[in-house]
Design a binder for this molecule. Structure first.
Ligand code: PLP
Length: 465
C-alpha cells in the first residue's frame, strides 16, 4: 500500500505530549477512503520530533564541514558538533573527568546506530575478553562479539532470575581475565524493563564490565551511565525521534583508547608520515576522534542533541505516565479476548515501555499486520523482530516456515508463525491506540474484510480481488 496524499487534518485534534512529523499524513484503505496514518511502530523507527526537524532546518543553511575547515560555517558546524557531544553526555549522565574513581571521564563517540556502537565496542575488546549475553537480546547485542568467547545465558523468567543467572555464570568464569556483559534496558519484543542497576552491580562484583543496549530504553526512560553504574551505553538516533543516521557509544575511555581505530582514515589520525622505506606511519588520536574517522554526520548529531533536549524538557516522568495510560488502554481493551496472547518473560504486570507483542489465535502475524494496515491505516511490525531466540521461545517452539498468508491460518491452540508488535511514544495520540484496539477486536471477531496473498515474502492485499 503506498501513501497517496499528505493533507492537513485540521478537523482532527491530535493530542500527544510532543508533536512529531507525519501526524497529518493520510493513507488509502483497501476498503475505500483514506485515514490519517497511525504510526504504531516506534520501536522500529520513531517519527522525527517537530522540534528536531525545526532545529535541523534552522541549521541546514549554515551547514559546513566539521573539524576540517577554516571558514566561518565550518567553525560554526564544528562548535555545533562538539556542543552536541556535551548535550548527549549530559543526557546520558556521563561521569565527568576523574569521576567514578577511574581517573578519567566518560567519552561520547558518535556512531551510526546502536548496531554500529556495539560493533565498535566489540572491536575494542581486550585480548581474551569473555562476553556474557542473554539469549533474549536483539541481534545487535547478541551477534557483534565474534572475536570473543561468548556465553549465551538462558532467558530468565523474572528480573531476579536474570541477576542470579548472570551471577552464576560470572562466578564460573576465569576470575582474572577481562569480561563484558551486554544487556538491554527494555526489550524490543516485550517492552519489559530489565534490572540494569542490579546486573551492573553483579557484573562489577565479579570483575566484569557492562554495556547497556539502550536502543529501546532511552526513548522512554531516563538513562544515566552514572546512576545505573554501567560502563557503556549504546543508542540510536532514529529510535529517539532523530532519524538522521546518528548513534552513540558513551562510557569508559580506556578500552577505546587502547583499541585500533574502528575505521582508519582522516579525522582519526593525528599525524601521518611516509617512512624512508616506503611504508606509512600513523599516530592515531586517543579521544573520541580515534573512532570517528571520516567526515562527521553533523546534521544527525545536531538532531540527536535536539531530541535529547526536547525529551529532557518534556520530563520523562510526564512522558512515562502518559505512556502507561496507553499501555493500559491496549491491555484493558483486549483483556477479554482469549484469542489474543501478549508475549512476556516477566509476567503481564511487569513494568514495561510502550512496546507490546502478541499473537492472535487463528492468524499468522504477517496476515494480521497486513489487515491492520490495509483496512485500518495502522502501521505495526510482525515477525521475529531481530530477536529470533527470544521470540521463538515465547511462541513456544520454532515457528514453521511461512505459509501463504490469508490461506486458512493457524487455528486456536496451534503455534503462531510470527508475532505482531505495537509500539508507541511521545507523538502518539490517544486516537491511534484506540483505533488499534477497535481494529484488533473487529479482526478477531469478524475476520479480515479483504483477501491477502504473499508477495516476496510479505503479506499484501490481493489486488485481483
Ligand atoms: N537493540 C535493540 C533493543 C533494538 O530494538 C534495536 C533495533 O530495533 C537495536 C538494538 C538495533 O538498533 P539499530 O538498528 O538502530 O542499530
Amino acid at each position: 500500500m503506498s501513501v497517496s496524499t499528505v493533507s492537513t487534518a485540521a478537523d482532527r485534534p491530535v493530542r500527544a505530549p510532543l508533536p512529531v512529523l507525519g501526524r497529518d499524513v493520510t493513507v488509502p484503505l483497501v476498503t475505500g477512503g483514506e485515514v490519517v496514518h497511525a504510526a504504531l511502530d516506534y520501536a522500529a523507527s520513531a517519527p522525527a520530533l517537530q522540534r528536531v526537524w525545526d532545529d535541523v532546518a534552522a541549521y541546514a543553511p549554515h551547514y559546513g564541514s566539521v573539524h576540517r575547515g577554516a571558514g566561518h560555517l565550518s567553525r560554526l558546524s564544528t562548535d555545533l558538533f562538539e556542543d552536541a557531544r556535551r548535550t548527549v553526555a549530559e543526557f546520558l549522565g556521563c561521569r565527568l573527568e576523574g569521576g567514578g574513581g577511574r581517573g578519567e571521564g566518560d567519552q561520547v563517540v558518535f556512531t551510526r546506530s546502536t548496531t554500529d556502537s556495539l560493533n565498535l565496542l566489540a572491536a575494542a575488546l581486550p585480548d581474551g575478553c569473555e562476553v556474557f549475553v542473554f539469549e533474549t537480546e536483539h541481534h545487535a547485542a547478541l551477534l557483534p562479539w565474534r572475536n570473543a568467547r561468548v556465553t549465551c545465558l538462558d532467558a530468565p523468567s523474572s528480573p531476579r532470575q536474570a541477576v542470579e543467572t548472570l551471577e552464576r555464570a560470572l562466578a564460573d568464569r576465569h576470575p582474572h581475565g577481562p569480561a563484558l556483559v551486554c544487556v538491554t534496558g527494555a526489550s524490543n519484543v516485550t517492552g519489559e524493563l530489565w534490572p540494569v542497576r542490579e546486573l551492573a552491580a553483579a557484573a562489577h562484583a565479579h570483575g566484569a564490565r557492562i554495556v547497556l543496549d539502550a536502543a529501546q530504553l532511552a526513548p522512554h526512560r531516563p538513562v544515566s551511565v552514572r546512576e545505573l553504574d554501567v560502563d557503556w551505553v549504546a543508542l540510536s538516533g532514529h529510535k529517539l525521534y532523530a532519524p538522521f543516521g546518528s548513534g552513540v557509544l558513551a562510557g569508559r575511555a580506556d578500552w577505546l583508547r587502547e583499541a585500533e581505530p574502528y575505521l582508519a582514515g582522516g579525522g582519526a589520525s593525528r599525524r601521518v608520515t611516509r617512512r624512508e622505506d616506503g611504508t606509512v606511519d600513523v599516530e592515531w588520536h586517543d579521544g573520541a576522534a580515534r573512532h570517528e574517522a571520516g567526515s562527521p554526520n553533523v546534521i544527525g548529531v545536531h538532531a540527536l542533541a535536539s531530541a535529547c533536549r526536547a525529551l529532557t524538557e518534556a520530563g520523562f516522568d510526564t512522558l512515562a505516565a502518559r505512556e502507561e495510560q496507553l499501555i493500559r488502554t491496549v491491555r484493558d481493551g483486549l483483556a477479554d479476548l482469549p484469542e489474543v496472547r501478549f508475549l512476556s518473560l516477566f509476567g503481564d504486570d511487569a513494568p514495561r515501555v510502550g512496546v507490546l507483542s502478541f499473537v492472535v489465535a487463528g492468524w499468522d502475524g504477517s496476515h494480521f499486520a497486513a489487515a491492520l494496515s490495509a483496512e485500518y491505516g495502522i502501521g505495526v511490525r510482525d515477525g521475529l523482530f531481530c530477536a529470533h531466540p527470544l521470540v521463538r521461545g515465547l511462541l513456544g517452539g520454532g515457528p514453521r516456515d511461512r505459509g501463504e498468508c490469508g490461506a486458512p491460518g493457524t487455528v486456536p491452540g496451534e503455534k503462531a508463525l510470527g508475532a505482531v508488535r505495537v509500539s508507541f511514544g511521545v507523538g502518539t495520540p490517544d486516537e491511534h491506540v484506540e483505533r488499534f484496539v477497535r481494529a484488533v477486536r473487529e479482526l478477531v471477531r469478524d475476520g479480515a474484510r479483504w483477501s491477502y496473498r504473499t508477495v516476496d515474502g510479505r503479506c499484501v492485499p490481493d489486488a485481483s480481488r
